[in-house]
Design a protein. Sequence first.
Length: 99
Amino acid sequence: VYEVWANGGLGTCITGNVQVDKRYLEGPRNVVLERDTPLEKFCELAKACKMSGCLAIMQISHAGRQCPSSVCSQPLCPSKVALKMPGLPSLMTGLMVRQ
């Protein structure tokens, strides 16, 4: 679909959320890019997006507190602010964020 959009004259293509940690997804079918993830599919995506001069931007994400309990019972987030969601999040340390 990105190739079709790029060939249709799209100037900038921003992907949907690409999660950076498979343990904390916002949904069960999220795309995940971690340090050890093979890059071939991501290279194909970038090539398709950049056809016809289109700028490709990947939106990276960490679901944090918005990680549903059906995906993770103990989500990590930068604060312990409770939302109207089941489960209580664990606070991330500065080291955890940098990793």
